[in-house]
Design a protein around this ligand. Structure first.
Ligand code: A2P
Length: 337
């Protein structure tokens, strides 16, 4: 194992990129040189890292010389252009965009679920969609015991998943509405303050949104089981940080709520919060800033033979994006560099 590696963060000024930098520092990742990359909009600004201010540089073809690991979160088009260039220059890319996730040559990895897939990488490893990551962390341990046949998921996704500009839009619209002024919509097609939008990413010909299709396809790829039937409805809600999900599963073998609680209480990366009698269940405001995937409201669904309902919440910027990417980098460092 290398004692120090040079790391680049592409999209370092964004909501996820900035969190990646903080997590590299807080987990003591052995960074030799850190290169922060963004567009012309913020090249030249500085970000703190280990008590120093690091300058943000322009993301360009030459950016990856002498870099060992590049964490990308600058959007799919920047990834499509620069990730292959970075990989060709000899570094391993962990890409948070959707650009390569379904590419059969590219492993799609959640460390608690399929860390072995990292071994297959050819220079690029994809970080899954935020709402998919938290769901598979909670469902894989159940799948291993009772085999999940079908998943019905509805999400309640925070605006930070869209980026910093969406957080500003929610706050501005909230202030405007409270002041009885018109809410300006720049990021979303409708007002998000005091509202829910059943629309994340673009609509497809089949009526699903791309976010819903991502959840369906990525779940099968990460769980390495194409036979699981999945349907998803993804909804943007006026929450700043933390995605919540209502998840219904149908299993092949009967599994009872107390057994699910027991399995999940031992599962890596999961914390069971399930004491409705004392109003204890996962909440976005509690998950914000935390690393775990929180699961609660675990109960039997009596409308089908082997059904379980649950409520899954996690910090979409941390486990849903930045933390998952850094965990992949940690495995790379430990086993493959
Ligand atoms: P910049 O600050 O220069 O706009 P978010 O998702 O929170 O909006 O952040 C997106 C991140 O990706 C930002 O760091 C942004 O940099 C960066 N980014 C977006 N497009 C590009 C691009 N074409 N080249 C480099 N960085 C980009």
């Amino acid at each position: 194992m290398r004692s120090r590696v040079n790391v680049a963060v592409a999209g370092a000024t964004g909501a996820v990129g900035n969190e990646m930098v903080k997590i590299l520092e807080s987990r003591g990742f052995p960074v030799g040189h850190l290169k922060l990359l963004a567009s012309t909009r913020s090249a030249g600004t500085v970000l703190p890292f280990r008590q120093k201010n690091e300058r943000v540089e322009l993301l360009e073809e030459e950016s990856f010389k002498d870099i060992d690991i590049a964490l990308f979160s600058a959007g799919a088009s920047a990834s499509k252009t620069y990730a292959p260039i970075a990989a060709a220059s000899g570094c391993v890319v962990v890409d948070n965009s959707s650009a390569f996730r379904m590419d059969p040559q590219v492993p799609l990895v959640v460390p608690e679920v399929n860390p072995h897939a990292i071994a297959q990488h050819k220079g690029i490893i994809a970080n899954p969609n935020c709402s998919t990551i938290q769901m598979v962390v909670a469902l894989k341990p159940i799948h291993d015991v009772a085999r999940i046949k079908r998943i019905v998921v509805s999400t309640y996704q925070s605006v930070s998943g869209t980026g910093k500009k969406a957080i500003d839009e929610l706050l501005n619209q909230t202030r405007a509405t409270l002041d009885s002024e018109p809410a300006e919509c720049k990021v979303y097609p409708h007002q998000i303050a005091f509202n829910c939008l059943p629309h994340i990413d673009v609509f497809m010909d089949n009526g699903y949104t791309k976010e819903e299709i991502k959840m369906i396809n990525e779940t099968k790829k990460i769980m390495e089981d194409d036979s699981i039937k999945i349907t998803a409805t993804t909804v943007r809600v006026p929450v700043i940080l933390g995605h919540s999900e209502s998840v219904n599963i149908e299993t092949e073998q009967k599994i009872l709520p107390h057994e699910v609680r027991e399995i999940l209480s031992k599962a890596p990366g999961v914390k069971v919060v399930d004491d409705p009698g004392h109003f204890q269940y996962p909440l976005a405001i509690h998950a914000a800033g935390r690393d775990e995937v929180f699961v609660g409201r675990i109960r039997e669904d009596p409308s089908i033979e082997n059904g379980i309902d649950m409520w899954i919440v996690s910090d979409n910027i941390r486990k849903g994006a930045a933390l998952n990417a850094v965990q992949i980098a940690e495995i790379l460092l430990e086993k493959y560099l």
